[in-house]
Write a protein that binds this ligand. Structure first.
Ligand code: ZN
Length: 343
């Protein structure tokens, strides 16, 4: 397929994305596996008409960042330590600025959104780090818990969804794990999670639109062999579809499980049509095998797009999306719409 060849050739130029690591993880992982029945209601019916996936509206789950007394939606953040600030400030702030640019500028009537990223500072305007030895779990007592903690990692990626204000409130709930080896597109992908967007390819209705073959993910064979040596009764289906099993063995397939994200009980809410172009959507090469990514053998690809509703033929998805889609932006502007300050 011609399209395939062109896209895959482009993908080769960007090998850094071929091993897309952890993403959308809650860290430190602290989950209970109590299943909740989701009531099916959504916080704002108008908002979910757009082509999006979120995990808002789940009991105890992620919530949108709140408005302040000026009607702005501030996303307060702190770097975990000076070390983290030193290493990732540049890439983190670039990600913020690229998002502002994509949204049509900073918070204003003109841009239509009210989002303001703001580093936590002390009364002299000096940045506060999230971490301070001696606090609760080493959390700096001068920093409110509702703060996004920006944490340097050697290579793992991840961000929590929206604001994590769990009961009881606690430190380190909302996190952004970033490496200074990142590119800005990946930083923007994680920031989409911070706004509250979940992976589009994990929508419960995704099978209508994409052909997913879990056993063709690049790490499947290795992880399955490891899991099998640990538990001889394990099946490929369990590793691919069971949330707990997939998470236990740190299988990349975790990021492809249908309908759930971060925690099993936080169901993904579908909004409107399926958006192939969302910045949250993985590409065919994201976790592809060499056979898929470099030899273009499409039967060896884990994630493809159905060419039509009959689901007969497939074609590759665009390589890992590098900019927000129109519908990502529209949803963000609706969710975090700029409103006049109260009089
Ligand atoms: Zn992600």
């Amino acid at each position: 397929m011609r399209l395939f060849t062109i896209l895959q050739a482009a993908a080769l130029a960007s090998t850094a994305l071929a091993t897309y690591p952890l993403c959308g993880f809650e860290y430190p992982m602290n989950y209970n596996m109590t299943a909740h029945i989701i009531d099916g209601t959504s916080p704002d019916p108008e908002i979910v008409q757009l082509g999006v996936a979120t995990a808002f509206g789940n009991p105890g789950g992620p919530i949108p960042w709140p408005r302040d007394s000026h009607n702005l939606i501030t996303i307060p953040y702190c770097y975990a330590r000076q070390w983290d600030r030193h290493h990732v400030q540049e890439i983190f702030e670039r990600g913020i600025n690229e998002w502002y640019a994509a949204l049509g500028g900073k918070a204003s009537k003109q841009s239509g959104h009210g989002i303001v990223f703001k580093e936590r500072v002390d009364d002299k305007g000096q940045p506060l780090t999230c971490r301070k030895a001696g606090g609760v779990v080493d959390w700096n007592p001068d920093v409110p818990y509702d703060t996004l903690a920006v944490v340097w990692t050697a290579g793992k990626w991840g961000a929590t969804l929206g604001l994590m204000r769990q009961d009881p409130p606690g430190p380190w709930k909302s996190q952004f794990m970033v490496s200074n080896k990142w590119d800005v597109a990946s930083t923007m992908h994680e920031m989409a999670h911070v706004f509250g967007l979940a992976h589009e390819h994990q929508r419960p209705d995704r099978d209508t639109y994409i052909a997913y073959n879990c056993e063709k993910l690049a790490d499947f064979k290795k992880v399955f062999a490891l899991a099998k040596s640990d538990d001889p009764t394990i099946t490929p289906w369990e590793l691919c579809n069971d949330f707990t099993t997939s998470l236990k063995y740190q299988f990349r397939g975790f990021e492809y499980i249908k309908g759930a994200t971060i925690r099993k009980e936080w169901t993904i809410r579908v909004g409107g049509f399926y958006d192939y172009d969302s910045i949250t959507h993985y590409g065919t090469t994201t976790d592809g095998t060499p056979e898929c990514n470099t030899r273009f053998e499409r039967e060896e690809c884990a994630l493809m797009k159905w060419t039509d509703a009959r689901k007969v033929d497939v074609e590759p998805l665009a390589e890992y999306t590098t900019k927000p889609s129109r519908w990502d932006l529209e949803w963000i502007k609706k969710q975090y719409e700029r409103k006049d300050p109260p009089k």
